[in-house]
Structure formats: C-alpha cells, structure tokens
Design a protein around this ligand. Sequence first.
Ligand code: ATP
Length: 679
Amino acid sequence: MDRSKLPKPSGLRMPQIRSANNENQPKSNLLKPTQMFLKRKSKSYSDLSTIGNNHKNTFKPTLQPLTSNGINKPSISTTNTKMRRRSKSITDLSKPIVKKPLTRPPVATTSRAPVKRGATDKMPDESKPKVMKQQKVASWDYKGKFNQLNEKYLALQETNKNMKDKLSELSDIEINYEKIQEDIEQLHTVKLELTRCNTDLTAEVKALRESNGKYSLELETLKENHDKLTCSHKKLVEEDKINRETVAHLKHVEEELEQLKIRYETLNNTHGKLKLEYDSNIIDNEYLTRSFNKEKDDNAQLVKEVAQLKNLLQEHNALRRQLHNTIQDLKGNIRVYARVRPPLKNSDEDDKLQCSISYLDESCLEIRKTRESVSVSGKVVDCKAEFKFDKVFAPESTQSDVFEELAQLVQSALDGYNVCVFAYGQTGSGKTFTMQGGNEPELYGMIPRTIDLLYSTIEQLESSGWKYTVHASFLEIYNENIRDLLDHKSTKTCEVRFNEGKGTTVTNLTIQPMENASDLKHYMTISHRNRAVAATDFNTHSSRSHAVTKIYLEGTQQESQAVFQGSINLVDLAGSESAKTSSNDRLVETKNINKSLSTLGSVMLALYNKDNHVPYRNSKLTYLLQSCLGGNSKTLMFVNISPFEECYIESINSLRFAAKVKEVKLGSKRNKTIVAKQV
Ligand SMILES: Nc1ncnc2c1ncn2[C@@H]1O[C@H](COP(=O)(O)OP(=O)(O)OP(=O)(O)O)[C@@H](O)[C@H]1O
C-alpha cells in the first residue's frame, strides 16, 4: 500500500511507516517478511488510534501529530505475544475512529437560525428566563403591578444577555463544526484507505495463517523427524558404544589369537617332535611287546619258582630257627657275661685304688688285689682269682658290643622261646647302665636296643607272612612286695601264680598292648618315673628294688597258621650287698635283697645239681622268674663289677656266684607251637 497517496488532513501528519528493511539498518535483524509486515502495520494503526482517542476525549477534530517519544512507536519485537497485541490494537482502532467522532453535538449548526420554540426548555437553567413566582397583586395596586413587570423585564434582560452569549458560543461551534466536517471527510478517506489496508492485511493474515498452518505442519513433521533423529542418534550412540566394546573385545581376541598362534607354532613343533618320538616309540613298543610277552612267559615261570622258593624259604626258616636255637643251646641256655665298669670321669673315683684286672682272653679274667693280704699265719697271700665266662667285657666295651650277644636271643624270643636277661652285681657296679643305659643313642642300654631290634625284626618277618602282637608289663619287687609300675597308686596286691600250662602270671598286673617301638619306650619311661616316685615315697633308692620288664610276643604265620608265643624278661636286680657293710636303716632292705639273691643262687645250685626240688618259691624274684630259669628258657646274665679295690670282696662274691650260674645246664625247649586247624 502506498501511503504517500493518502490525503493528509490539516494538522494531521500521516504516520511514517518505518521499514525494518530500511537500508540504514543492518539486514542482520533476522525478522521474517511476515513479521516485518505486521510490525509496520501495527505501528501505523497505533498512531491512528491516538487520533481517535483525541477526538473522543477533546471533541476537537485536530489530530495530534505522531510523536517520537516512543509511546506511539512500539519497539520491534519478534515475539508472538507482541505481534498479537499489535494485531489487537489494529482491530480496536478500526471501530471507535469512525463512529464516535461523527456524533454531532446537539446544538451545533452552521446557520444562524432563530432559536426554535421550546428551545428554551432544552436550554440550561441559567439561560432560561427566570420566572418569579409573584404574589397576587390587587387590581388596584399599580405600583405592585409595575414592580412585578419591572422584575419580569429585568429577568428577560438577563435571559437575553445569556442568550447572546450562547449565540456567540454557537457561532464558534459552527466554525469548529465546519473544520470538523473537513476532518471527518479526510478521516473518512483515511478510513476507506484503512479499510483497504485492512482488507489487504486480512488477506495477508489469511495467507500468513495458511503459511503458518503449513509451517506448523512442517514444524510437526520436523519435530517428528527430530524425534526420529533423536531416537536414531540415541540408537547410534548405543550402537557406537557396543561397537567400541566390540572393537576392544576384538582387539583382545586378536591379541589372544596372536598368542594362540605362537602357542600353536610351539605346539606344532612339539607335535613334530612328539610324532618322531611316537614313531620311534611304536617301533620300541613292538619290540617291547615282544619282550613283554617273553617276560610274561618268564614271569609265569618265575611265579612258579617263587612259590617253590617260598616253600623252600619256609622250610629254610624253620631250619634256620632250629639251627639258631641249636647254636644257642650249644652256647648254653644260661649264658653269663662279665662286665667291668670304668671309673667315672671327672669324679673322686679317679683317685680311688683299683684292683688289677687282667683280661686273659675274651672269656677269661683275672682279678687281683694290688695290696697283698697277710694271712693269720703271717704269710703274705697273693689275692687273685681267675674266672671264665661266656664273654668278658672290659671297661672300654661299648653298649653296642654288649648287645651283640643279646641280639641273637631276641630272634629266639620271636621263635617262641622265653628269654630272660638280668644284671647282677654290687650296688654301683653298672647294672642299670647296662640294662637301661644313657640318654644318647650310643649309650642306649640292653632294654631300648632290644625293643628296637624286636620291632625291626617283626617288620622283616611280616614279608614272609608273620604277624606279631606285642604286650608289656612293668613291675618292681621291693621288700618282697610286687608293685605295678604302670599303676603305681593301685592298692590291689599283685601275687605271682604259676600254672604248668600257662607258666608264670602276676595277678592285678597291667599288661599293655604296644603298637610300636616308641609306644614301648614311652611306657618304659613312665615305669621308670613311677619307680622313682615310689622310691622317694619309701625314702630309699631305686637300687633297693628289683625291676622286671616283661615283653609278651605272639606271632602268627598266615599260610601255615602256626602261632608262636615267646617272652623277654629284662631284669634290673637290686644291688647285692653284704649285710655287714649295710647301714642299720637299710638292714631290712638288704636282708630282703640278699634273701632273694641267695634264693636265686640256691635255685641255680639246685638246677646245677639237677635236684628234684628247686626252691623257686623261696623268694618273689625266683618265683616270678621260674619259667625263665628252668625248662625252656634262654637266660643271659650280666655280672657287673666295679674296678675298685674297696669293692674287691663284693666283686669276688659276684664273680663266684656268676661262675656257679654258668655251670648250670638248662634243658631248654621251645614253647609248644600251636598250629591252628587248616580250614
Ligand atoms: N660301662 C660303663 N661305662 C661308663 N659308665 C658306667 C658304666 N657302668 C656304670 N657306669 C656308671 O657308673 C655309675 C653307677 O652305675 P649304675 O647306677 O648303673 O649302677 P647299679 O649297679 O645299677 O647301681 P644300683 O644297684 O645302686 O642301681 C653310673 O653313674 C653309671 O653311669
């Protein structure tokens, strides 16, 4: 629309529509053409509304010029809210501008026509002639009537004056009215133009609405596309994440693959080598199979031979036992070994005067007093004595040397014989040392060495089908009372019983099964401790009692069902001591010891003389050892002597007793072999 062609009313300046696309303004004002158009329109109409308002308020047709104070120039805004506000202002303006200012004021007229009749009724109060309420004047009162008329006249004059003023006002109004009429015409023209503009704008708005609809649809489509793209993007991000993980995994797999390749190559090489080996092994295998078959045949032959040899071995074993025991018998069923102990090192024994002991051969010793004795007749007597035993052990002999002799009897015990080993001698002559020994392995005495040999032999015999069970009991005889050393607090009395078939037994005695050597040694230690405790209780010394360790053996041969029952009695006798040399408080002990030892001598003498009656029951010791001292026993006696001159007489007594024992011949025989019925 070309605004320059619009008629310009006097005093009215058409609002200038400033284009947003003004050349002076930067094109970067990013308003779309539609928005720009609306902006221009709304601005121009807002100016027009100002015109209308002026008309309404002042009733003067003078239009105010467009001010530049910004009130009528709303700032350009791209927001839809402002656009709507402006569109509304356009609609509002189009209504009042035309109608209201055109209302003609009721009195205005251009002609100076006389006031119509009745016009005074419509006149304001001050312009109406004031009609005075007059009192009735008497007809005769002319003065009063005159006064009334005079008042009326003055009132009419007043009214007339007012009317004149009003008339001059009306002439001004008429002039104004003409001007207004001109303005109205101009405004009418403007209105027409505006109507055109409005039509154009409506069309534009319609077009814009249509395009807006299109754009809305497009926007919807775009939104949908955007949503789809967002979803796709999300999916792609997830896929990307998965892909990254897959790539990392693939990288890892690649590395593993590389390692596998290397491993494969190594394995391939190994496989090559193994194949070569395998081929070579196949050849070897064929050779070995042939050899194996040959060996198998040989083996079958050998099995037969082994069976034959086993039988032969059993026969040989039986023969060996027989021969072994024959040799033992030939050696004598009572063997006596003399042992001379050395003086104790680093003690007062070093200064003691010693007897002169000569070891004439391995079984013969000569003992001589260094100071010659003077006889009753006054002659100088050379005190010397010569003794012959099965073997003599000089002070330098070791425990191992001594045990060699005993070791052969351990086999006899396993073969079903009763073996008895006892040490006889004066107190302090070395009996306990010989039987028990010291704490170091090389000082172990006969008892621990017997235990070790016993179990190692049992183990060997197991390979040829022998199975042994071992039990043990520990007791001491003190003052002719038997005490159980595994139950030393027991108040039960232990008594010796002799049964022809069963041999010697002790009532209430603990007989403990022994699984192995350490078991047996453990109980041996306990018995030692209990013996020491008992000795303290009785305020005496261990040497004042006889200690007897008995090992019960039972061997079974599975194939032959043969059962052997043997035993080993290891006896540490109390010291033999003359009653003369014994102190008074030990007299009872010494008497009891000597009684038992002299009974032992009597028993030996009776056996030596082959007497019908052997006084076993005269002492607890001999009664207990009855089955070991006679019959089928193999007895080994150590006679221990001290090397000192002060012990000379006791040494001679011990040696004489031992020599007597040596002469005894026992009719040794094996315990009855029990052969179980073959099933
Ligand atoms: N062959 C030996 N070699 C080294 N020392 C020995 C030997 N025999 C005995 N002894 C030592 O002599 C001392 C006395 O020995 P032992 O106690 O064995 O005598 P005993 O005859 O048992 O005495 P008792 O009758 O009083 O028990 C001990 O200290 C012991 O170690």
